[in-house]
Design a protein around this ligand. Structure first.
Ligand code: SAH
Ligand code: SF4
Ligand code: F3S
Length: 439
């Protein structure tokens, strides 16, 4: 038998891309490809790209520069670009980078096997359609067992919010929710494959409104409650959410659905009402703080995470101070912060920017504050009992690593299996993880 062809996928960007990479690997698996961790031995390389910030697409071109010599070593090597840069700049990539054999967008990758066949026949292929058919219905059944006890499950794609800085509505298209029955089937299947924790994904996951079997429409909270009925599924998470879509039922679910984990990533971007308006976020800082109060009333120990942009066009020192005040008022367990990056085609790209050195300085101040809050949150865990879902062996002999309900990485030394959930007492903290002892 001939050796199977090897596929190397490098994934950039958000969890949606991680999920898509898995599904692309499975689609190519049906064509006889096995995945490899080394680009050097691949017969096909796919870069699953992200377009969210400027450096992201520059990274793609520099990666292509590094990969180019591999084609001399292996004349059969094919290189493809998938994901959001493919969607936004596919034609330009084809022009600028002859080394690229195929370009496939995030909504059309179920067609990847057919494109691969064309590429093997010597063509170059580009598909950045938003097809009418549902790609999930054209992807192969997922293999078993699952590689890990945790899994992502995309339930919603695209975005209709059009924040003034963001490319997602253009690269991922309009907001679409998958039918609830399909999601329940995929979730049950994941659980049969050994998965114990599912993270529901969407660019705006809490805007989910999927068609249900009874002909009605379910919101995210209803979907979570139904998923919680699945025996063997122990934990449910979801990301990423928009403040305006945190409805009463979803807030309540954080208090009364035991399988929904006490962790919420709820980006606010800025604490200044002036800037929030300019960003087209359609809520105020006070609205966000009220929401946080309601979430904490429902689930007092919920760990909050967020995203922030500094240096948005027009941001003054006072606007930035307002962001710092909001951060102090919330107290984040962890968060991401970015320097504003002008994205072609977005409304904010037309506006005069903040000087780079000012934005850099603000980013440093904000990151110092967020890091301090993260450290305080972790320090407060020491001595507490948490439950940990173990995911893999740690770096040290006998060590195992898993995640607590609060999504902290926790290391223990002891007899515990991958996929097991065990009670752990936290004994210490490191910059991005906790140490614990099995109880
Ligand atoms: N759907 C999510 C976020 C998707 S993008 C939401 O609405 O919150 C992830 C994060 O990247 C955003 O929350 C934002 O903080 C950041 N981001 C998006 N566009 C950006 C840009 N042009 N410059 C800098 N950061 C950006
Ligand atoms: Fe981008 Fe805003 Fe949509 Fe989030 S809500 S994906 S930031 S446009
Ligand atoms: Fe990036 Fe696309 Fe995700 S732009 S953040 S990979 S939706």
């Amino acid at each position: 038998m001939a050796e199977p062809k090897k596929l190397f996928i490098k994934t950039y960007g958000c969890q949606m891309n991680v999920y898509d990479s898995e599904r692309m690997a499975e689609a190519m698996g049906a064509q006889g490809y096995v995945t490899t961790e080394t680009a050097e031995e691949a017969d096909m390389i796919l870069l699953n790209t992200c377009h969210i910030r400027e450096k992201a697409s520059e990274k793609v071109y520099s990666e292509l520069g590094r990969l180019k010599p591999l084609k001399t070593l292996n004349p059969d090597l094919k290189i493809g670009i998938a994901g959001c840069v493919a969607q936004a700049e596919g034609e330009e990539i084809m022009r600028r980078a002859p080394v690229v054999d195929l370009v496939v967008g995030p909504q059309s990758y179920h067609r990847l096997p057919a494109m691969e066949a064309r590429v093997r026949a010597g063509e170059r292929a580009l598909d950045t359609d938003f097809p009418a058919e549902d790609k999930f219905e054209h992807l192969p059944k997922r293999p078993r067992p699952n590689r890990a006890p945790t899994a992502f499950l995309t339930v919603q794609e695209g975005c209709d919010k059009f924040c003034a800085f963001c490319v997602v509505p253009y690269t991922r298209g309009a907001e679409v929710s998958r039918p609830a029955t399909r999601i329940l089937t995929e979730a049950r299947d994941l659980v049969e494959r050994g998965v114990r924790e599912i993270t529901l994904l969407g660019q705006n996951v809490n805007a989910y409104h999927g068609e249900a079997a009874d002909g009605g429409t379910w919101g995210l909270a209803r979907l979570i409650r139904e998923l919680a009925e699945i025996d063997g599924l122990a934990r449910i998470r979801f990301t990423t959410s928009h403040p305006n879509d945190m409805d009463d039922d979803l807030i309540a679910a954080h208090g009364d659905c035991g399988k929904l984990m006490p962790y919420l990533h709820l980006p606010v971007q800025s604490g200044s009402d002036r800037i929030l308006k300019a960003m087209n976020r359609k809520h105020t800082a006070a609205d966000y703080l009220r929401l946080i109060d309601r979430l904490r009333a429902a689930r007092p120990d919920i760990l909050l995470s967020g995203d922030f942009i500094v240096g948005f066009p027009g941001e003054t020192d006072q606007d930035f101070e307002d962001t710092l005040s909001l951060v102090r008022a919330v107290g984040y367990g962890q968060a991401y912060s970015f320097k504003y990056s002008a994205r072609p085609g977005t409304p904010a790209a037309e506006r005069a920017g903040v000087p780079t050195d000012v934005a850099d300085a603000r980013l440093q101040v904000l990151q110092a504050l967020l890091t301090q809050q993260q450290r305080e949150t972790q320090d407060a865990m020491v001595g507490r009992e948490v439950s940990v879902l173990f995911e893999k062996p740690g770096r040290l002999p006998g060590q195992m690593v898993g995640k607590s309900e609060y999504l902290h990485a926790v290391h223990v030394t002891g007899e515990v299996a991958v996929g097991q959930i065990a009670r752990v007492r936290i004994t210490g903290t490191a910059p991005n993880s906790l140490a614990g002892a099995l109880i």
